[in-house]
Design a protein around this ligand. Structure first.
Ligand SMILES: Cc1cc2nc3c(=O)[nH]c(=O)nc-3n(C[C@H](O)[C@H](O)[C@H](O)COP(=O)(O)OP(=O)(O)OC[C@H]3O[C@@H](n4cnc5c(N)ncnc54)[C@H](O)[C@@H]3O)c2cc1C
Length: 246
């Protein structure tokens, strides 16, 4: 199947298309991932890393949710959502075979193509890793075109870390530097050899390793603003991409 990524808004942006839940995965206590496929007679939605869709739970409401899947496989449309209110709660109760409405994709994209030939710094906090994941997939698929690729990720507790297995695999299988920090560490976390836990901004060795001012870094961030404004590494990255609702 050939699907071209759209550079223009969708043809009928106000019309939700029916999609069917293929798989519902629990990521953490309050966060879940839905894998969706276009219902019969409808086309899959091609998208660029960083875009979002409007997801409509019939009879409940419609909410904007970023696409968290791989842009190379748009046949499976993936969304990772934290439950905060009525619509996200209802969405979290959907099961395989249930339907929901999708319209999109909307918004701009992370500058992953412009970043080719440079170092890339991803900074994510909490659920913010979900909107960044398509950009990570895209960069890792063409890993040889980039210099250093670093992911700084912060979560409230070890149990709140998203895509834990994937983070480990990325670290093992690709030349990707993954640094994870948590606000409240547990004993298991402190004993774990698989994740780095030092707060980057307080670690001199990390500071020597990741020094965005030393080269032309491109940054992609989706984190609470204090994580960006107080972290010396993210502040010094030269160029930032941040998709906005469009
Ligand atoms: C471009 C864009 C992309 C996004 N991408 C993602 C994503 O990838 N993943 C994701 O999880 N979220 C994402 N969001 C956020 C998501 O859209 C919202 O969390 C969602 O719209 C909430 O809808 P809801 O109906 O579940 O909550 P709402 O009912 O609208 O509640 C929203 C807020 O109000 C509070 N609230 C709800 N009911 C009450 C009440 N009775 N009394 C007091 N407070 C209440 C909730 O605690 C919550 O803080 C994105 C938002 C935007 C704009």
């Amino acid at each position: 199947m050939t699907v071209t990524a759209p550079h223009a808004p969708p043809a009928a942006p106000m019309t939700p298309h029916p999609f069917v839940v293929q798989r519902a995965l629990r990521e953490t206590d309050d966060t879940f991932t839905l894998e969706l496929a276009a219902d019969r007679g409808f086309e899959p939605l091609a998208f660029r890393p960083g875009q979002f869709n409007m997801l409509y739970v019939f009879g409940v409401g419609e909410v904007p949710i970023s696409i968290s899947g791989d842009p190379a496989t748009p046949q499976t449309l993936v969304h990772t959502t934290r439950v905060v209110g009525a619509t996200t709660r209802a969405m979290g109760q959907l099961k395989r075979g249930d339907q929901l409405g999708v319209r999109g994709p909307f918004g701009t994209a992370w500058p992953v193509e412009e970043a080719e030939g440079q170092d890339v710094l991803f900074v994510a906090g909490g659920i913010g890793l979900a909107p960044l994941r398509p950009a990570l997939y895209r960069v890792l698929a063409r890993r040889e075109r980039y210099g250093r690729v670093v992911l700084l990720y912060g979560a409230r507790t070890p149990d709140d870390i998203l895509f834990r297995r994937e983070l480990r695999n990325w670290r093992a299988d690709f030349d990707l530097e993954v640094h994870v920090t948590v606000d409240r560490a547990t004993r298991e976390w402190l004993m774990s050899p698989t994740m780095s836990i030092r707060l980057p901004s307080r670690s001199p060795s990390f500071s020597r390793k990741v020094n965005p001012s030393s080269s032309a870094w491109v940054g992609c961030s989706c984190a609470p603003s204090p994580a960006l404004t107080t972290n010396p590494f993210t502040c010094r990255a030269r160029k930032w991409g941040a998709p906005e609702a469009g």
